[in-house]
Write a protein that binds this ligand. Structure first.
Ligand code: NAG
Ligand code: NAG
Ligand code: NAG
Ligand code: NAG
Ligand code: NAG
Ligand code: NAG
Ligand code: NAG
Length: 342
């Protein structure tokens, strides 16, 4: 192609040769043709290698380092500067981002806790992403999902945008977390993921919440819709009217099992950077959340949630066969669960 253009240029110039000093003119024409030809050829060459060039340019832009000179040196392993594939972080592209994961169990207040965290303008907590089975099919699908989340490329209704300073999600112990703990702990330590354990102290109250919630799955007490979380006292009151009956044959075994899975998780994830939170402590004193913001090194800010607690007051109000339950647990290690009110 370059050659055609070169010849064409030559021809068009030769069409009208002036009559004076033909030798000089010929030399000028040859020189001009040569320069023009080289110019055209260089353009042609540039075009064929455009793909490579643009690749290099991209890499240069992507790898332009962000500085963390004014950061506490000990914190460097825990921050990164994600370059999302799906959007631009714009003016916040050099804001450090921390990775976190909330490890919890169902009906332990993690939904409420997550809405509180997400009310912070710099937090993106993406919900219970591993409730979807194919994401936790094997260790490699888990790690792939984690990479997407931490690169800010995972989109949920809760996810925020370019100025996030902490990104994470909540993960229930029975969603592949214990099963693949080895690979996950290795990943967490390699990537500097901060772990927030959120447990409930009163496992009997947790049991009431589990039984009521699974009853509501088919009873659908709120105008025919099932709700796991509510936003008004009226709705909470409606749901709390149902009093579950607890099978006392298995009560102690079930409580023991819940306790063991929490201890097991703490053991496995002991080597990660972590903090342990109890739902009861946050309910009693929301100022506890300052510890979480400090743990994630986020600017302090008031956090709020629209969620309303469902089962309030003494526990005997919420269990149908209270006397049986009281008798079964009196004198055992779990007696304390009968009394704690909040
Ligand atoms: C440049 O691109 C061509 C094809 O687009 C490829 O064959 C070649 O390996 C690339 N060169 C480099 C240095 O990447
Ligand atoms: C993990 O699961 C995915 C499907 O989600 C599958 O494509 C992949 O082959 C599996 N990997 C291993 C190592 O089993
Ligand atoms: C938090 O978000 C605000 C507004 O989007 C942004 O200006 C600020 O830099 C962010 N803070 C951090 C620590 O990233
Ligand atoms: C049920 O629906 C009625 C009217 O549609 C509404 O007034 C009431 O608040 C709803 N109750 C609940 C518990 O959502
Ligand atoms: C309690 O659980 C045991 C063992 O699963 C079962 O045999 C028994 O029928 C249950 N009791 C009630 C009242 O459901
Ligand atoms: C991890 O467990 C060991 C004993 O198993 C304990 O001594 C240590 O304090 C634990 N570390 C953390 C960070 O909890
Ligand atoms: C539980 O049972 C004990 C007797 O075993 C009784 O003294 C106590 O009042 C009961 N507690 C409640 C809250 O009913």
């Amino acid at each position: 192609m370059a050659e055609d253009i070169c010849f064409f240029a030559k021809d068009s110039i030769i069409i009208k040769p002036p009559k004076k000093s033909p030798a000089l003119l010929r030399m000028v024409v040859v020189a001009f043709t040569l320069i023009f030809g080289i110019y055209i050829c260089s353009i042609c060459l540039k075009q064929t290698s455009l793909e490579n060039t643009s690749k290099y340019l991209n890499i240069e832009v992507i790898e332009k380092p962000c500085h963390n000179y004014d950061m506490d040196q000990s914190q460097i392993p825990y921050v990164h500067y994600p370059k999302p594939k799906t959007f631009s972080r714009a003016e916040c592209s050099c804001n450090a981002v921390r990775r976190f994961a909330i490890l919890s169990m169902q009906r332990s207040g993690s939904g409420w806790f997550e809405t509180l965290l997400n009310s912070h303008m710099n937090v993106s907590s993406n919900g219970e992403i591993f409730s979807v089975k194919y994401r936790r099919e094997n260790a490699s699908s888990i790690l792939r999902t984690l990479d997407t989340v931490y690169n800010l490329d995972f989109f949920t209704s809760a996810s925020k945008n370019h100025c996030s300073a902490a990104v994470g999600f909540k993960w229930m112990l029975n969603q592949g977390l214990i099963e693949h703990h080895k690979e996950i702990v290795e990943y967490f330590n390699r990537k500097g993921v901060s772990v927030i354990f959120l447990f409930r102290k009163n496992l009997l109250r947790r049991m009431v919440s589990i039984l009521s919630n699974s009853h509501d799955r088919y009873a659908k007490l709120l105008n025919g819709t099932h709700k796991s979380h509510v936003h008004s006292h009226e709705e909470a009151g409606t749901l709390a009217k149902y009093k579950p009956e607890i099978n006392t044959t298995l009560l102690i075994t079930d409580l023991k099992r819940m306790e063991v899975s929490a201890t097991e998780a703490l053991d496995y994830f002991n080597s990660t950077r972590h903090m342990i939170l109890y739902y009861e402590d946050i309910v009693r004193n929301q100022a506890k959340l300052v510890d979480v913001l400090e743990f994630l090194r986020l600017p302090n800010m008031d956090l709020s949630s629209r969620q309303v607690k469902i089962h309030n007051g003494p526990l005997w109000k919420h269990i149908k066969n209270w006397d049986d339950v009281n008798k079964t647990l009196s004198g055992t290690a779990y007696e304390k669960f009968l009394r704690a009110d909040y």
